[in-house]
Write a protein that binds this ligand. Structure first.
Ligand SMILES: CCCCCCCCCCCCC/C=C/C(=O)SCCNC(=O)CCNC(=O)[C@H](O)C(C)(C)COP(=O)(O)OP(=O)(O)OC[C@H]1O[C@@H](n2cnc3c(N)ncnc32)[C@H](O)[C@@H]1OP(=O)(O)O
Length: 242
């Protein structure tokens, strides 16, 4: 009897040790990830500021940061994995839409269509994304280290009120500016007849993407407003989207 009780205690201790090691590894990985992402977006911010100070114009700015932007924005896909495996308490759907729409914006619109890279709207969403991500990743980092300055918490859950709509405006104007080039070049489109007997028009696809902001953006914005009430005002929120 005594020995089985002892076994139980040993087993419990082993389980607890395993859980502690797992949780320490997760915290270490998330801390590393968030520090790397904060650093990446800080590099982007500094490169953009230096470019503008040196050249006195935004023309050519996108090209100068495109590689770094593509790398760090694409790396954000890891966040969808974090949610899917349950190591962060976030909705896979909300994170998925947010991350994928950004990756799409970078790879299949701005980087693919050189003619639009000097549009002011590109600079608008770049600046907005950069401020948002520096704030968001530093929030996560300090939170994990249990040393979260109130200003960062406040910024994380207030800046988005203005930055989110501004980012959407920048993105929509950029897609809109892309439309004539896409129509003229027929890029990413498939015309009939072809061996697959399939037709796809990227021009109309872009219009559908623009329209999809109408149902999707309010949901993302309302989600952030709920998170704001939960974190800044301690309200208990029941999420339905998972
Ligand atoms: C084929 C193409 C299709 C295209 C379709 C297009 C349609 C798109 C329509 C919508 C377009 C949107 C465009 C976006 C533009 C912009 O981004 S503009 C810039 C402004 N943007 C923002 O302010 C973004 C705000 N949104 C978010 O931050 C997202 O909702 C989020 C990234 C998904 C994060 O939200 P959420 O996780 O719910 O909130 P948090 O409070 O931050 O986190 C919850 C808890 O999880 C912990 N956590 C999350 N991530 C991490 C991490 N990396 N490390 C550690 N911990 C993490 C976090 O600490 C919270 O934990 P608790 O504190 O314990 O609650």
């Amino acid at each position: 009897m005594a020995s089985s009780e002892e076994d139980g205690t040993v087993e419990e201790k082993e389980n607890n040790n395993k859980k502690r090691t797992k949780s320490a590894l997760i915290t270490a990985w998330l801390t590393f990830y968030n520090i790397a992402m904060t650093a990446g977006w800080l590099v982007l911010a500094i490169t953009m500021m230096r470019f503008y100070i040196q050249k006195g114009s935004h023309k050519g700015l996108y090209r100068s940061i495109a590689r770094t932007l593509k790398f760090f924005q694409t790396f954000a896909l890891v966040e969808v994995v974090h949610c899917a495996v349950g190591i962060v308490r976030t909705s896979v759907i909300v994170t998925g839409v947010q991350v994928c729409s950004r990756i799409y914006m970078v790879w299949f619109i701005t980087s693919s269509i050189r003619q639009i890279q000097n549009e002011e709207s590109v600079i608008l969403f770049l600046v907005v994304w950069t401020v948002t991500e520096i704030t968001r990743y530093s929030y996560y980092t300090f939170n994990l280290l249990h040393h979260l300055p109130y200003f960062i918490k406040w910024a994380r859950y207030n800046f988005f009120i203005v930055l989110y709509p501004l980012g959407v405006v920048g993105e929509l104007f950029t897609i809109y500016a892309a439309l004539p080039f896409v129509r003229r070049s027929g890029m990413y489109s498939m015309r009939l007849p072809n061996k697959y007997n399939v037709s796809f028009d990227y021009y109309y696809f872009l219009i559908i993407v623009m329209l999809s902001y109408i149902p999707l953006f309010p949901q993302l914005y309302l989600h952030m407003l709920r998170q704001r009430r939960r974190v800044l005002h301690g309200e208990v929120i029941v999420e339905k989207d998972d």
